[in-house]
Design a protein around this ligand. Structure first.
Ligand code: MN
Length: 191
């Protein structure tokens, strides 16, 4: 069963003005689709032919890892957004963020800094560690913290293709916009 591009739960223009329809058309419609196509071309005849993306992230290397992890990462990223969800966490995740970072404001500041300072292409992550505490980690390229036994809660794609059409080289402006489209009801369920 080949991998498929998951459907978005919102229209391509629903995240405007923060992320344009043009960016969704390219980032989701072209880049995300390309990772799906690439993986489907790479796995026939390998031991990953029937694997899940989680297995691929934990066990594969090279092109199979890169494309499999990029599918997972992009699905997780695009699923974090909605045009009208709550823009702050609640419940247990809100408590855990306050315990680990002092406040939601401090967390936003640290996550933004981690995203803006990540050199080159990659992903910033909020993860739950095995002891239940939260941490912000940077992963280069297609990196995914599942590979290190951590549970992803939130991610920000800082590859230039995620923001260049809307913000050109201004990654900090993209991060500022990012907080306005996150749906913390969806994100809180991951904790
Ligand atoms: Mn991307």
């Amino acid at each position: 069963m080949p991998f498929e591009l998951p459907k978005l739960s919102y229209a391509p223009d629903a995240l405007q003005p923060y992320i344009s329809k043009q960016t969704i058309d390219f980032h989701y419609g072209k880049h995300h689709q390309a990772y799906v196509n690439n993986l489907n071309n790479l796995i026939p005849g390998t031991r990953f032919e029937q694997a899940t993306l989680d297995q691929i992230i934990k066990e594969a290397d090279g092109g199979i890892f890169n494309n499999g992890a990029q599918i997972w990462n992009h699905t997780f990223y695009f699923e974090s957004f909605s045009p009208a969800g709550p823009r702050e966490p609640s419940g247990q995740l809100a408590t855990a963020i306050a315990n680990s970072f002092g406040s939601f404001g401090n967390f936003k500041e640290q996550f933004t800094k981690s995203s803006v300072t990540l050199f080159g292409s990659g992903w910033a992550w909020l993860v739950r560690k095995p002891d239940g505490s939260l941490e912000i980690v940077q992963e280069p390229n297609a990196g995914n913290p599942l590979r290190n036994g951590m549970v992803p809660i939130l991610t920000c794609d800082v590859w230039e293709h995620a923001y260049y059409l809307d913000y050109q080289n201004r990654r900090p402006d993209y991060l500022q916009a990012f907080w306005n489209i996150l749906d913390w009801e969806i994100i809180s369920k991951r904790f």
